[in-house]
Design a protein around this ligand. Structure first.
Ligand code: 1HN
Length: 347
């Protein structure tokens, strides 16, 4: 073998020459390509609603929902500037719709979830059916469905949008089109999907045509009641407190194929055991206050704050009073691909 300097020069020269043929040496990047454990290139981050809200309201004076199409402030991971992503697979943003406004109808192959942060009484319409939204409701906009939003209430409405934009972009599977009018014609009475599908019963001959849930609003009142029931039924899980996943009751799977959604209650003063999983997750604080130590970083949160926990980062949640946290992640995708892992009691 030649002396190290000569050898390195020879290698560099070799890399340059094969680079001309669009080739590269695997041995220079192997460790990075196949790390021994997830090494995410994004960070934990927290958005304090008291700081965010004034900017949201300011955006309301700058542009109408109609002109903006969607008046949203993107929650971008601070380690991924310019990406419009909160994690490498997920997009999140806070959307404002003011009284009397309409966000015009369109559809796209990206799926969306809405988690209502502030306000009551605005609607979203999906393929001709409206649902009235209230704080804490989880509402789905399935892939390739027409959707518009409107606010007939007298107060601003703010919700967290979660979309699988980066995942769809990775597959180059994105399509979108605008509706012919801003508001869709209502073709189905209010409450239809709830009546047909949300009571643990299904219309006798109904067969699911897609993975998406037939229920499109999972109201907070019911979710809260379920959590409360759990607290009476047994002790909390050491890592999660009382945690439920939203379900497509027709399949047992997630309501949206690409994004799992969860709600958990942490009893007063409860501190979870350290936990980590391969799905990075976005949280929205529904009730209470507390803190989460994420990979050693302390995020202090309260009602209406948002925060993000990266893949495989160790998490410890601690509630001051009783707290309720909504979250979403790409876990159903990882599970479908046999990739999802968790570590209960992880460092
Ligand atoms: C979208 O259609 C909505 O329908 C929200 O409310 C956020 C972000 C990127 C692309 C489409 C909505 C979006 C979006």
């Amino acid at each position: 073998m030649a002396a190290p300097a000569t050898r390195n020069n020879a290698r560099r020269d070799f890399y340059e020459r094969i680079g001309g043929l669009s080739m590269a040496p695997l041995w220079e990047s192997l460790h990075q390509l196949v790390p021994p454990a997830p090494a995410p290139r994004y960070r934990p981050a927290h958005w304090d609603y008291d700081k965010v809200r004034p900017f949201l309201m300011e955006s309301g004076a700058l542009i109408t929902a109609k002109e903006a199409v969607r008046r949203v402030l993107i929650l971008e991971n601070p380690a991924m500037p310019g990406s419009a992503c909160i994690t490498p697979t997920l997009y999140a943003g806070l959307q404002l719709i003011l009284p009397g406004e309409v966000a015009p109808a369109h559809r796209h192959t990206q799926s969306a979830l809405r988690f209502i942060v502030e306000g009551d009484g605005a609607y979203t319409a999906v393929d001709g059916e409206r649902t009235i939204m209230h704080e804490g409701d989880f509402v789905i906009t399935p892939t390739w469905t027409w959707h518009d939003h409107g606010n007939d209430s007298s107060k601003p409405m703010v919700w967290l949008d979660g979309l699988d934009i980066p995942l769809v972009a990775m597959f180059n599977a994105g399509f979108a089109e605008n509706g012919e009018s801003d508001e869709q014609a209502v073709t189905t009475p209010l409450g239809t999907s709830d009546a047909r599908f949300a009571s643990g019963l299904l219309p006798v001959d109904w067969k699911p045509a897609r993975q998406t849930s037939p229920i499109f609003n999972y109201p907070y009142a019911r979710t809260r009641e379920a959590l409360q029931g759990l607290t009476r039924a047994g002790p909390p899980d050491a890592c999660h407190g009382y945690k439920l996943r939203y379900v497509n009751t027709a399949s047992g799977g997630a309501p949206i194929a690409t994004m799992g959604t969860y709600m958990q209650l942490l009893p007063k003063g409860f501190e979870t055991a350290a936990y980590r999983a391969t799905d990075g997750a976005v949280f929205s604080v529904v009730e209470g206050e507390g803190q989460s130590t994420v990979g050693g970083e302390v995020l202090r949160w309260k009602k209406r704050d948002q925060f993000v926990v990266p893949s495989w980062a160790s998490v410890v949640h601690k509630a001051r009073g009783e707290a309720v946290l909504f979250s979403f992640s790409d876990r159903p995708v990882q599970e479908k691909l046999d990739l999802w892992r968790e570590d209960r009691g992880g460092k």
